[in-house]
Every structure is written in structure tokens, then in C-alpha cells.
Design a binder for this molecule. Structure first.
Ligand code: EPU
Length: 434
């Protein structure tokens, strides 16, 4: 299924294009924040748990959603847009529980189908996602947890083969509160006989959203948002109509943009309660934020000030904000320190910021950032979704023109970044790839 074309810029299936950005006037205006990518991808995976027509609202036009749509179509589901940001999923009585390497290798989040396929079909064959720009990214916790629920798992020829005639509820302690493992266990456990208890579960807002979705489907998922999640499995499940939580990382992109360019913006649909720790840190950096009805207001009256930030699982400052924070610190007054605790190798993009004149030294899991008054525009490459967005916002604080290449990474997760920044007054445009 091809998405409707995005009027404000290249659609998700469009030819490669670069983003050109120059410094300009302070930002002013409003941006509408859409549904969270990291929720919607898992909600789409969860639709495979039951037959019937599901409706998801507030679905952003990003290519990771397109990939998940293709994956569900490859199982035999039919997907259609119902106008605007509404996506319908028709799940047939029988689905083909096979996720090919071609699709899984495009998007690591595809591993989210493993738990629900196993639950629905009693078997699943899912390609191993492999590593990516943040390091090796194993799925050992997903597999060990499914084995605990009674699945036979074999990994061979690049695929996970999972099989279970019956899944049985169990205690599942996690060594680390992995987002993806928590989600796979929750979805698989809806079909398990008896009670599953996940200990040290991830607490991200997207986990609570998935729990709400599963509960509306008829499941019994208790305690999501806390470190202990209990799933009483085995009940019948049916389709639902659901509006996901808003994208907190998307929200953070515009906070970083106004922090760097200055100005005053309103982020409609943002859920400030999900960004509390980040907003506290941004406050230390001189950015003012306030919760308003239906969103978040932000103002940057002065030059940013350096601070220290440590990334942690929710409710800590998310690792996904890290490149945005480093971009801000590159232009802040003073020396900032960023410690990355979630991924072993999430500073790869730093070399691109250094090409723009940033003064950053990476030592193991820490980045020491000496702020500069101005960066200098340069051609740079997006290395992943969030790093790409960080380079774009860094361009708002760089003399001359910044050309961001490999923007397919940005289109994986950020809907109409160029159009939105332009509507706030930024000097930014698309250009055919150089
Ligand atoms: N880990 C293991 N074994 C496992 C699973 C995870 O060692 O079986 C490790 C990872 O290697 C990593 C840490 O645990 O060091 C955390 O990984 P987690 O499983 O929590 O992350 P994820 O589910 O793979 C999701 C988001 C990421 C986000 C992280 C952390 C999606 C699709 N992805 O990944 O988002 O950074 O949680 O919050 O939900 C993005 O959107 O750009 C993105 C990368």
C-alpha cells in the first residue's frame, strides 16, 4: 500500500533529497505533534493478535510505519488509510507468521511481531534484526522470556523459529528494563494460560499505551507504567479503535530547535507529563517550558547554558533525546557533559557535528561538549533517525548553509520536519540529493 503523498515535502516513498538549512529569525508559531512512532509500530504488531478491523488514529507519515504496513501485508492483513491520519487494519482469520529478512532488516522494531505471532499462531519465523548504528543490539532477553513462557526457540540461518503448542504464564524477571522485550512478553502473555509477571519491566509511556490497547482488546494487563506488569492471559481478544500517545521525541526535536534558534513556540498535542525530566534539564539550560491546555509552550529568551545530562530508561532522560541535547550543548555557554547509559555506541553522529565546528570529545560513554557561539554550516550525513534531526536543528545555529544528506533516516521517524520548521519561520528546504 502506498501512502498518500505529503503535500509539504517528499512523501515517504519519494526519491532521495537533502535538507538545506540556514540560520534565521527566532522561531514563532505552532506545530501539531502526532502519535508516537514507537507506540504505533507496536500497536500495529499487536493487531495480529485478533481477527477483525482495527482503527488507529493520529498515525504519522513516516517510512517506519510504511515498513510495518508492508510487514503486516506480508502476513495476509489488509491495510488502508481512512483519510488523514487514520489507518485501518483488517486482520484475517488465518495469518502467515513469517517475517522476512528483507523487511526486518529495514527496521529493527519488526522484532515486535515475534510475541504476537507466536501467541496467535503457535509459531513464528522472524528474521534476526542484526545490529545497527548504536551497536550490536541483541534480542537475548526477548528470546529467553518467550522460552520461559514455554516456547521452543531455535535460531538458525538468520531466523528465529519459535513454536509453542501452549504458552504458560510465568514470572519473567528482566536484567534490564528493555522496551522491546517488555512489549514482546506483554503481547505473548495475553495468550498464555494463567498469570505472567514481568519484573523490572520498562516504564516508557509507549508501554502503558500498548497495555491500554491490549486491555481494550479484552486482555488483562495490570501495572503498566510501573516496574511490575501482570498479565492474566488466555481470554478472547477482539479489534479496537485507538488513538496512541503523542510522540515525545518529536516534541523534543522542536524544543531543541527553539533552544538553538531562539523564539517562542507551542506544541499542540504534546504530552508534557511524558517529558518531565527532559524539561527540567532544559530549564537548567535556559529554555522555559510550560504545560498548557492540549500541549506544551516553550520559549528561549537567552543563549543556552551548559549542563550535565545522563540518559536512562524512563522516567530518566531518554537516550533518543541525546543527540538533540548534544546539538544544543554545542551552542551553549560553558562545558556540558553527556553520559549515554542505554546504548553502547550512540555517539557515531558526533563526527558530523564536529564537521560543523562543534567542540566535542567522546570518551567511552561520555561526551564532553565545549559550547561555541556559532557553528559553521557544512555538508553532513544523518547516521540514524534522531541524529539526523539533531543535525537539522544544529543547522539553525550554524553560519551559512548546512546540507543534511541521507535524509531517509529522518523520514523513518519524523513527519514533515522541514514543513513544520518552515512554518515556525526557519530557513529550511528540500533539495534533490547531491
Ligand atoms: N538489550 C539487550 N538484550 C535484549 C534487548 C535489549 O541487551 O534482548 C539492550 C540493548 O542493546 C540496549 C538496551 O538493552 O543497550 C535497551 O534496549 P531496549 O530493548 O530498551 O530498546 P529497543 O526496544 O530496542 C526502543 C526504541 C528506541 C529507544 C529504546 C530505548 C522502538 C522501536 N525503539 O528500542 O528508539 O532508543 O527503546 O528507549 O521502540 C528510535 O526511535 O530512534 C529508537 C532507537
Amino acid at each position: 500500500m502506498i501512502r498518500p503523498e505529503d503535500a509539504a515535502g517528499p512523501g515517504t516513498g519519494a526519491p532521495p533529497a537533502d535538507i538545506l538549512v540556514r540560520p534565521g529569525a527566532p522561531l514563532r508559531g505552532e506545530v501539531q505533534i502526532g502519535g508516537a512512532k514507537n507506540s504505533i509500530l507496536k500497536l500495529l504488531a499487536a493487531t495480529t493478535l485478533a481477527e477483525g478491523r482495527f482503527t488507529l488514529r493520529r498515525v504519522p507519515r513516516i517510512s517506519d510505519v510504511d515498513t510495518m504496513v508492508e510487514l503486516l501485508e506480508s502476513f495476509g492483513c489488509r491495510l488502508s488509510y481512512g483519510g488523514g491520519d487514520v489507518l485501518h487494519v483488517d486482520v484475517p482469520e488465518r495469518i502467515r507468521p513469517h517475517a522476512s529478512y528483507d523487511l526486518v532488516s529495514r527496521m529493527r522494531a519488526s522484532i515486535a511481531v515475534l510475541g504476537p505471532l507466536l501467541a496467535r499462531c503457535g509459531e513464528a519465523v522472524v528474521a534476526l534484526p542484526g545490529g545497527d548504528d548504536f551497536g550490536s543490539r541483541p534480542i537475548d532477553m526477548h528470546l529467553a522470556a518467550l522460552e520461559r513462557l514455554g516456547a521452543d526457540i531455535e535460531v538458525s540461518h538468520g531466523y528465529v523459529h519459535a513454536r509453542a503448542d501452549v504458552l504458560k504464564g510465568e514470572e519473567v524477571p528482566l536484567a534490564w528494563p528493555s522496551v522491546g522485550a517488555t512489549e514482546n512478553i506483554m503481547m505473548a502473555a495475553t495468550a498464555a494460560e494463567g498469570r505472567t509477571v514481568i519484573d523490572n519491566a520498562a516504564r516508557e509511556p509507549e508501554i502503558a499505551d500498548l497495555a491500554a490497547f491490549l486491555n481494550r482488546m479484552g486482555a488483562e494487563v495490570l501495572g503498566a507504567g510501573s516496574p511490575t506488569i501482570t498479565i492474566n492471559g488466555g481470554g478472547p481478544l477482539g479489534p479496537v479503535d485507538h488513538t496512541p500517545v503523542s510522540d515525545r521525541i518529536e516534541t523534543a526535536v522542536y524544543l531543541a530547535a527553539v533552544g538553538i534558534a531562539g523564539g517562542e513556540i507551542t506544541l499542540r498535542g504534546a504530552q508534557p507529563g511524558h517529558l518531565r525530566m527532559l524539561c527540567d534539564k532544559l530549564g537548567e539550560m535556559n529554555l522555559r517550558t510550560s504545560t498548557i491546555k492540549g500541549g506544551l509552550w516553550a520559549m528561549s529568551p537567552h543563549r543556552l547554558r551548559a549542563t550535565e545530562i545522563v540518559t536512562l530508561p524512563y522516567p530518566g532522560v531518554a537516550t533518543d533525546y541525546q543527540p538533540l541535547v548534544v546539538a544544543m550543548l554545542s551552542l551553549a555557554d560553558g562545558v556540558g557533559l553527556v553520559t549515554e547509559n542505554v546504548f553502547a555506541n550512540r555517539f557515531r553522529y558526533v563526527g558530523e557535528l564536529i564537521r560543523m565546528g562543534a567542540d566535542i570529545r567522546v570518551e567511552g560513554r561520555c561526551a564532553i561538549v565545549r559550547g561555541r557561539e556559532r557553528l559553521s554550516g557544512a555538508p553532513v550525513r544523518a547516521t540514524d533517525i534522531r541524529a539526523g534531526a539533531a543535525l537539522v536543528v544544529a543547522g539553525l545555529g550554524a553560519e551559512g548553509e548546512t546540507i543534511v544528506r541521507d535524509t531517509h533516516h529522518i523520514r523513518r521517524g519524523h513527519e514533515d520536519l522541514v514543513g513544520n520548521l518552515r512554518s515556525l519561520g526557519a530557513d529550511i528546504s528540500w533539495s534533490p540529493a547531491g
